[in-house]
Design a protein around this ligand. Structure first.
Ligand SMILES: Cc1cc2nc3c(=O)[nH]c(=O)nc-3n(C[C@H](O)[C@H](O)[C@H](O)COP(=O)(O)OP(=O)(O)OC[C@H]3O[C@@H](n4cnc5c(N)ncnc54)[C@H](O)[C@@H]3O)c2cc1C
Length: 407
């Protein structure tokens, strides 16, 4: 059987690794192919660290050659351009056609700009290693330019950092940035009070996807780190500014917002990060598969795409129901466990057995809020501060060891 996995993120890599392990003990003549546009696997839950100079490249962008070197999994680099379910094949950007007997969609998510004018053109994003590096250089250059700019208006805009979206990405980035800003101020002899970091969230709470428990402690910690958090605030438009004189004028932007209490706030900033939501890659909807308004594909309890015998989907690109029918969260930990489960389901298919339904396990969430700070509910126990930060660091490091195959 030809097993084709699209996407070498948490879900796809875990499916491939687990299939390799299972097929070693159950030889079947099946072949496993993993496809990704990059030659590396991205440890996305560390991107906010990479964007603030706190994670070495080899811990965030991990060579797929290295991960697969002792595994019986073929890697094919390429951009997935078309999924043709009727023909049971996938077409890559260079025209290569990959046939399959069973297909796994593990294509993750991309930034959702929610049609806000100027968001796509003028913001930085944090959904790939490449984007993290681009943001890293932007932040660093902004401090360097601010230190050498005489124009106070340009200087203020260079030292204004707007993060749109108070979910996992925005909150974790804000916490790290606050810490890095202090170091950069010392380095460039700037005053931390000149730096403005603003986190803008449309709803009334931070980390809304986790329920209310996380919001209060996150707000408190971020405020202590001199981050302005604006809740119930919509970004309505982002546009280029050409009226400020000085060295940085070309890269300055105005962010316009709307808030019922303080209407029409406008910020001039050189760095705006859009962390305002995600959607699944368009290629899935284009294949005619059943998707929601964010392009995520509906699967059943076996992780099989509705009305498709040979296509499965896991991770951020899928709407995976829990036993109550509610979608599980889009997190790395769910994506990995879905990958492990799906590998066993695929083995069942190969060996002609009925598969078991996927039963999601809620192990809790961990959110970092900068060095030594965090909020979480591991195994349902609400915790804050250093224990969460240490636990999260430990899990990130442990994750890397799970990619290794010693023999
Ligand atoms: C900054 C940040 C911090 C986060 N922190 C946490 C955290 O602390 N804990 C947690 O549990 N979750 C966290 N998350 C969420 C977590 O990263 C995602 O839920 C997880 O990555 C989903 O895994 P996935 O395998 O579905 O997708 P991904 O890991 O995104 O993998 C998708 C893969 O598909 C590839 N791909 C996509 N489209 C194509 C195409 N057309 N052709 C070829 N290849 C393609 C991509 O290159 C990528 O390798 C964080 C996310 C971000 C951005």
């Amino acid at each position: 059987m030809e097993l084709l996995i699209l996407g070498a993120g948490y879900a796809g890599v875990r499916t491939a690794i687990e299939l390799d392990r299972l097929l070693e003990h159950h030889p079947s003549g099946s072949s496993v192919t993993l496809v990704d546009r990059n030659l590396y696997h991205q440890h996305l839950s560390m991107l906010h660290l990479a964007a603030t100079g706190n994670a070495p490249e080899q811990t965030v962008a991990i060579s797929l050659d290295w991960i697969l070197r002792r595994r019986n999994v073929r890697f094919q680099q390429g951009e997935v351009q078309k999924i043709e379910a009727l023909h049971r094949h996938v077409v890559l950007g260079d025209g290569l056609i990959l046939p399959y007997d069973r297909l796994v969609l593990a294509l993750g998510a991309e930034t959702n700009y929610a049609n806000v004018p100027g968001a796509r053109e003028y913001t930085y994003t944090l959904h790939s290693y490449h984007e993290a590096m681009r943001l890293y250089h932007q932040i660093k250059n902004s401090f360097a330019l601010a230190a050498s700019t005489a124009d106070p208006v340009a200087k203020q805009a260079l030292l204004t950092f707007i993060i749109v979206g108070g979910g996992f990405t925005g909150v974790q980035l804000a916490g790290e940035l606050a810490h890095w800003a202090e170091q950069l101020c010392t380095h460039y002899q700037l005053n931390r009070f000149e730096v403005q970091i603003v986190l803008i969230e449309r709803s009334g709470v931070l980390l809304k996807q986790f329920g209310k428990w996380a919001s209060e402690p996150a707000l408190e910690t971020l405020s202590r780190r001199r981050i302005e958090v604006l809740l119930q605030t919509h970004v309505t438009e982002i546009e280029a500014i050409d009226s400020i004189e000085g060295v940085a004028a070309r890269q300055l932007r105005a962010v316009r917002t709307y808030n019922r209490q303080a209407q029409n706030l406008t910020f001039n900033a050189a760095t705006i990060v859009w962390a305002g939501g995600i959607r699944a890659p368009h290629v899935i909807a284009a294949a005619g598969l059943p998707v929601d308004r964010n392009g995520r594909v509906y699967v059943d309890r076996y992780l099989r795409v509705h009305d498709q015998a040979a296509i499965f989907a896991i991770g951020d690109c899928a709407i995976v129901p829990n036993p109550q029918g509610q979608p599980v969260l889009a997190t790395a930990s769910y994506a990995m466990r879905q990958g492990e489960h799906l590998a066993r389901t695929l083995l069942d298919e190969i060996e002609g057995r009925a598969p078991h339904p996927y039963i999601p396990l809620d192990l809790g969430q961990l959110v970092s809020l900068g060095p030594g700070a965090g909020v979480g509910n591991p195994l349902g126990v609400p915790l804050e501060g250093l224990p969460i930060a240490l636990l999260k660091q430990g899990i990130e490091a442990w994750y890397l060891t799970t990619l290794e195959k010693i023999f």
